[in-house]
Design a protein around this ligand. Structure first.
Ligand SMILES: NC(=O)C1=CN([C@@H]2O[C@H](COP(=O)(O)OP(=O)(O)OC[C@H]3O[C@@H](n4cnc5c(N)ncnc54)[C@H](OP(=O)(O)O)[C@@H]3O)[C@@H](O)[C@H]2O)C=CC1
Ligand SMILES: CC(=O)N[C@@H](CCC(=O)OP(=O)(O)O)C(=O)O
Length: 346
């Protein structure tokens, strides 16, 4: 059976990446492509790289236009998904790339997003313990934020195995496409090139509650996360450097063997997570365009800290790839359909 799939937000970065992946998915036919200010123009105007769909005309976003499909991807600004999703029947699989349905705690939603909480949907990170069971058969999926994907996959096995204390420090660098394609002064080439700068410092970034939610659920106890995102002068990619203090029972010298065993077991059967050989470190360049997450771990014996580093392409595994992977799980399809494991370096 061929699935008819619609994409809202098709003119944006996430929408474009979803379409790139869907065009090589054997079980999918691309249906309506919806947008907002670009409605009426061709997809090729927004995404000249999508040659096979370049002549398709973008329609105005509405439930009526998106209805009649088997799957609808929403790649819209935060807060735009809930009203639209409510008008789409329960027989349609809705995959939301925005934040609207990621958080479980309404108070945390209000604190970081400043509006009423729309609800909570199954979380589209299949590698998390229990996630595939929750995704299988669902008709609603909340795709994680790009930083939470990178950080959660770098750290959860250590928390699940209680190797580390529940206080984490994360510094993560992102390419500018993470901010979407709408013009913003800090994303001007002249501001961005040749410079790196932090933002959302001091617990203010809206991905902080998503990170604490993910890690606390796996750890079975509250985990605090001190998260500092930084903007890097590149278009795509996230490099997350995460650290936490080792629990007293973990030997600091030689402890890396114990840690590696935990991560090897956690990721042995995960097609899209690659624990690198000892001594090799993740890099954004080597995951570009792929759905692969690179992970590496190390123990700092003097500081008694575990270091976990991960790299993803924010638009692939960090958004569109995670969305397509979760769609495959929900529909009982082979999980890797339409998803490249290999990147495009150099
Ligand atoms: N970029 C990334 O790395 C990631 C993005 N996401 C999420 O994906 C979603 C889309 O992000 P991204 O693609 O980067 O953003 P972009 O700004 O690149 O694209 C936004 C899209 O939404 C459309 N749009 C804007 N306003 C409305 C509206 N009122 N009604 C209907 N459509 C509208 C735009 O249409 P038009 O251009 O025609 O106005 C465009 O297609 C966001 O929720 C984001 O959080 C998630 C993870 C990572
Ligand atoms: C560089 C940059 O600006 N990144 C975005 C995160 C993008 C993302 O994945 O998150 P959402 O899906 O939650 O929008 C930010 O810091 O807000």
């Amino acid at each position: 059976m061929t699935l008819r799939v619609a994409v809202a937000g098709a003119s944006g970065y996430a929408g474009g990446e979803i379409l790139r992946l869907l065009t090589s998915h054997p079980g999918v036919e691309v249906g309506v492509l919806a947008a907002h200010s670009s409605a009426g123009s061709t997809l090729g105007r927004s995404h000249p790289q999508l040659a096979s769909l370049a002549d398709r005309v973008l329609t105005e976003t509405s439930a009526a236009a998106l209805g009649g499909h088997d799957v609808v991807f929403l790649a819209l600004p935060h807060g735009q998904s809930a009203a639209l999703a409510r008008q789409l029947g329960d027989d349609v699989l809705v995959v939301d790339c925005g934040a609207d349905f990621r958080l479980r705690d309404p108070a945390e939603w209000r604190r970081f997003y400043g509006s009423d909480h729309a609800g909570t949907w199954p979380y589209g990170l299949p590698e998390l313990p229990g996630a595939r069971d929750e995704l299988k058969g669902t008709t609603r999926i909340a795709v994680p934020g790009c930083y939470p994907t990178a950080v959660t996959l770098a750290l959860w096995p250590a928390h699940a195995a209680r190797l580390v204390e529940p206080e984490v420090v994360v510094v993560a660098a992102s390419g500018s496409s993470g901010a979407g394609r709408a013009a913003k002064p800090h994303l001007l080439g002249s501001e961005l090139m040749g410079s790196m700068s932090p933002y959302g410092v001091g617990g203010g970034h809206r991905h902080t509650p998503e990170l604490t939610q993910n890690l606390s659920l796996v750890a079975g106890e509250p985990v605090t996360v001190s998260f500092t995102p930084t903007l890097a002068p590149m278009a795509r990619g996230i490099l997350a450097t995460c650290s936490a203090r080792l629990r007293p029972h973990v030997a600091a010298d030689g402890g890396v063997d114990e840690v590696r065993e935990v991560f090897e077991a956690a990721y042995a059967d995960e097609p899209f997570v690659r624990l690198l050989p000892a001594g090799q470190w993740p890099s954004t360049a080597s995951v570009l365009g792929s759905n692969t997450v690179q992970v590496q771990v190390a123990v700092d014996p003097a500081a008694r800290r575990l270091l976990c580093v991960s790299a993803i392409d924010n638009l692939t595994k960090g958004t569109a790839g995670g969305a397509v992977q979760s769609m495959n799980v929900a529909l009982g399809l082979p999980e890797g359909l339409g998803l490249p494991m290999n990147g495009v370096a150099p």
